[in-house]
Design a binder for this molecule. Structure first.
Ligand code: 5GP
Length: 214
């Protein structure tokens, strides 16, 4: 099977849905060019209790892309990791493999994932309480311009915009919230507000669970 194994939700990896592990999984999904990466970087810069996972990929590093944007590996290495149950989720996206190693955040941190829709569905299965936020570009024209700005070829831009239509339609069904990334600052503020509201709801629930009176 592509990317070396079975879908992890049916695989041998340990499942932490039983309550162990980080308090909250925040998953940013959305098409390429929506600006998920920029939003994720800004969120963790502002909020030290958010821990950004670094994915593995078999995609070659783009010119100018930071060395630590991913753990760049070859396909056999990726496949071995998946077979060993070493990923929370993985997906094949436009011919390359991408996967999230089991998160190991500092105690008390929430985990932030920036992944594709197939991966988000797997996280949702394992952690039904995950907060999934769909990031949408303001228009396909803006999306294409952002992709071109990353040095993508016209063919790749075309494929990504086309795939993006499907990701937006399916993502809207999965996501808890949709944020249009028209202006980065505004979009980051909106996502931060959504995370804050979920944290408050979770904390409120925990307080509500405490025995009353004494
Ligand atoms: P890119 O090649 O543009 O960096 O990423 C392509 C797509 O793969 C993006 O939608 C990105 O969010 C997604 N992606 C990045 N890391 C992961 C991962 O670990 N798992 C999954 N499922 N998708 C990922």
């Amino acid at each position: 099977m592509a990317c070396g194994g079975w879908p992890v939700a049916q695989g041998a990896a340990v499942d932490d849905a039983a309550g162990a592990g980080p308090a909250l999984y925040v998953v940013l999904v959305g098409p390429g060019g929506a600006g998920k990466g920029a939003i994720a970087r800004e969120l963790v810069r502002r909020d030290p209790s958010l821990w950004l996972s670094r994915s593995w990929t078999t995609r070659p590093r783009r010119p100018g892309e930071p060395e630590d944007a991913y753990v760049f590996v070859d396909r056999p290495t990726f496949e071995a990791r998946v077979r060993a149950g070493g990923v929370l989720e993985w997906a094949e996206f436009l011919g390359h493999c991408y996967g999230t190693p089991w998160p190991d955040p500092p105690p008390g941190s929430d985990v932030l994932l920036e992944i594709d829709l197939q991966g988000a569905k797997q996280v949702r299965e394992r952690r039904p309480d995950a907060l999934v936020v769909l990031i949408a570009p303001p228009s396909e024209q803006v999306q294409a311009e952002r992709l071109r700005g990353r040095g993508e070829s016209e063919e790749t831009v075309r494929r990504r915009v086309e795939k993006g239509r499907q990701e937006l339609a399916e993502g809207a069904l999965l996501a808890d919230a949709v944020v249009v990334n028209d202006v980065l600052e505004r979009a980051v503020g909106e996502v931060a507000g959504i995370i804050g509201a979920r944290r408050a709801a979770v904390r409120g629930g925990e307080l509500g669970d405490e025995p009353s009176g004494s």
